[in-house]
Structures are given as structure tokens and as C-alpha cells.
Ligand binder design. Structure first.
Ligand code: AP5
Length: 211
């Protein structure tokens, strides 16, 4: 029997290198690359009502509402090519509600890859990033410069790739992903976990109206 195709999720802060790794992974493993950000940018370019709403959030570095993102991603995952070749989902889920929404549709990955990069490096990566509109390849002026003058002259920049906007994107990311520094003393590590769990409980209580 044919081996089951791979289902991979890749996540990480803005500019942590998800898109770059996805280009390398798909070259070798032939998975269908589904990037939530790319699906949204296509919707923005198409000029639909959802695209207009998405752009407003993206401009502010905020997450686009689940009602737009979840269906978009789910439909792409269920297409025949993704089902047959396997998929590589990039930039989704970005919150626990997004993770649960897919799980409810019976969609789960075989592996979840998290790219961890310190913040000071992320800002430099964003500001230097350029895209080739012809091949879709991701470049960086310093770390992966274009191969020829011709490519260099046609490179473009994303509308949310400024230092000011990446700081907002990072803020959103940090609100949704809880990374803890486990090198600290056990009391300090617990203090970080404790604050997070207390906040979560508080939100639950507020949401259920029991406060
Ligand atoms: P999205 O398009 O997904 O952007 P992002 O998460 O901010 O991630 P990026 O695409 O900026 O970075 P990347 O990790 O792919 O890095 P890359 O490989 O390009 O989302 C944009 C917006 O859409 C969000 O802000 C949100 O509003 C909305 N959105 C998206 N998904 C959503 C969801 N699920 N729900 C709700 N809203 C959603 O690398 C960056 C640069 O670094 C490049 O120049 C590259 O050449 C360079 N580089 C990469 N790796 C290395 C390395 N190892 N060493 C040196 N340089 C490197």
C-alpha cells in the first residue's frame, strides 16, 4: 500500500523563516505549501469584501478574524492535491481557537515545527526582506541577496514589512504564543507560567460572566 502523505504545520514569529524553510521543504518532499498569509494576500489582491477586511487587520499587524481565515485554510487543505501529496501549513494556527477549529473538522498534523528566533534578529530580517514577483522566491538584501542585476531590479517589498509594522506583528504573536524561558530558576520559571495561567483563568471567568 502507498505510504500516508505527510501533514506538517510550521509556525514561528514574523520573519522567523517559515516561508524560506517551506520553499526548501516543498522542493524535497513535494508537499502542497499552504501559507495563510499568502491566501490572505491573494484575497486582498482580488479586492473582495473579505480581502478588504483582511487588509485592515494586516496593516495593523493584527490577526485576521477566524471567520475569514479558518474556512479559507480548511478548504485549501481539503483540495485533492493536498490530500494526495500531503500538506505543509505555514502560519496557521496562530491562536488556540484556530488550532481547535481545525481539530473540530478532524484535521490534525503529524508534526508541528516551531522556529524560534530572538526578536532583535527578526526586525533585521523583516526590513531586509525582498520578494521576486516572477518566481515567488524570498530574498534578503544581506543574508540571501539576488543572484543577478535583473532580479535585483524587479524585487518588491511587502506592505507590512516596515520596522514599525513588524513591532505590531510581534506584539500580536507574543500575545498568542506563550514561550517561557526555561533556563531560569524553578521559582522564576513557575512565576512566568503562573502569570499566564492566572490570566487565562481570569479571561474564562470574565467570558462566563462569573465575575
Ligand atoms: P504572514 O505572511 O504569514 O507573515 P508572518 O507570520 O509575519 O511571517 P513572514 O512571512 O513575515 O515571515 P517568514 O517566517 O515566512 O520569514 P521568511 O522566510 O520570509 O502573515 C502576514 C499577516 O497576515 C499577519 O500579520 C496577519 O495579519 C495575517 N495572517 C496570516 N496568517 C494568519 C492567521 N492564521 N490568522 C489570522 N491572521 C493571519 O524570512 C524573512 C527574511 O529573513 C527573508 O528575507 C529571508 O531571506 C531571511 N531569512 C530566512 N531565514 C534566514 C536565516 N536562517 N538566516 C538569515 N536570514 C534568513
Amino acid at each position: 500500500a502507498k505510504a500516508e502523505p505527510l501533514r506538517v504545520m510550521i509556525s514561528g514569529a514574523p520573519a522567523s523563516g517559515k516561508g524560506t524553510q517551506c520553499q526548501l521543504i516543498t522542493q524535497k518532499y513535494n508537499l502542497v505549501h499552504i501559507a495563510a498569509g499568502d491566501l490572505l494576500r491573494a484575497e486582498v489582491a482580488a479586492g473582495s469584501e473579505n480581502g478588504r477586511r483582511a487588509r485592515e487587520c494586516m496593516e495593523k499587524g493584527q490577526l485576521v478574524p477566524d471567520e475569514i481565515v479558518v474556512m479559507m485554510v480548511k478548504e485549501r487543505l481539503l483540495q485533492p492535491d493536498s490530500q494526495e501529496q500531503g500538506w505543509l501549513l505555514d502560519g496557521y494556527p496562530r491562536s488556540s481557537s484556530q488550532a481547535l477549529a481545525l481539530k473540530d473538522f478532524g484535521i490534525e498534523p503529524d508534526i508541528f515545527i516551531l522556529l524560534e528566533v530572538p526578536e532583535e534578529i527578526l526586525v533585521e530580517r523583516v526590513v531586509g526582506r525582498r520578494l521576486d514577483p516572477v518566481t515567488g522566491k524570498i530574498y534578503h538584501l544581506k543574508y540571501s541577496p539576488p543572484e543577478t542585476e535583473e532580479i535585483a531590479s524587479r524585487l518588491t517589498q511587502r506592505f507590512d514589512d516596515t520596522e514599525e509594522k513588524v513591532k505590531l506583528r510581534l506584539l500580536t504573536h507574543n500575545q498568542n504564543v506563550e514561550a517561557m524561558d526555561g533556563c531560569d530558576s524553578k521559582e522564576n520559571v513557575f512565576a512566568q507560567i503562573d502569570v499566564t495561567l492566572e490570566n487565562l483563568l481570569q479571561q474564562r471567568k470574565e467570558a462566563s460572566g462569573s465575575l
